[in-house]
Design a protein around this ligand. Structure first.
Ligand code: ZN
Length: 195
């Protein structure tokens, strides 16, 4: 039985994807804001959204799913559950991404990295390097949202390719247009707009 999953609808319903006019921590403004942890609050939504990624990778030869903490942990678990594969996570120790807690990579193990969102790919690439040092072979990254605009050196399998317009504050078209109030995600004002 094939099922149709409306990823955008689920992300909006769970408030993981917001549309409007947002002040980012960088000081820049954007028209969309994504917080994947919000969709992972609901296991049934996590299952549905990530089933669309599983459809893309289930034919691959995978031994291990590895999610860098924090963002990748739940994604990794859910992918591993659906694929029936071992799932572990890496974490930072003194700023360095490492596999800890007695987790192991068998020599030549085919690994999928799991992330909530891939933007610059920096942490994904760090994770890949850490796993390859241990003898694993990273075959790609699976994520909820792919925000990259460049090649990160491995295939990206995502539930959604997300384009978010980011502008410098003094060049923001939403400010110029003036009809949508600027809000800071997570702030009190933000909650008051009732999304
Ligand atoms: Zn603006």
């Amino acid at each position: 039985m094939s099922k149709v999953v409306d990823v955008v609808e689920i992300l909006k319903k769970s408030e993981a994807l917001l549309e409007g006019h947002f002040l980012l921590s960088s000081g820049k403004h954007s028209n969309r804001y994504v917080q994947c942890a919000k969709v992972l609050r609901y296991p049934q939504y996590a299952e549905a959204v990530l089933s669309t990624v599983v459809d893309q990778i289930k034919g691959l030869d995978i031994d291990l799913v590895v999610g860098p903490a924090m963002g990748g942990v739940i994604v990794s678990y859910e992918l591993g559950r659906q694929l029936n594969k071992e799932t572990v996570f890496t974490e930072r120790k003194d700023g360095v991404m490492e596999l800890r807690r007695g987790f192991e990579v068998k020599p030549g193990a085919k690994i999928i990295i799991a992330e909530d969102v891939v933007t610059t790919g920096k942490s994904t690439i760090e994770t890949k390097e850490a796993l390859e040092k241990l003898g694993g072979e990273v075959i790609g990254v699976a994520c909820i949202a792919n925000r990259t605009s460049h090649d990160i050196g491995m295939p990206i399998y995502s539930a959604i390719k997300l384009d978010i317009e980011v502008h410098d504050a003094d060049e923001c078209p939403l400010c110029k247009e003036g009809s949508i109030e600027l809000v800071k995600p997570g702030s009190r004002e933000f909650k008051e707009i009732g999304m």
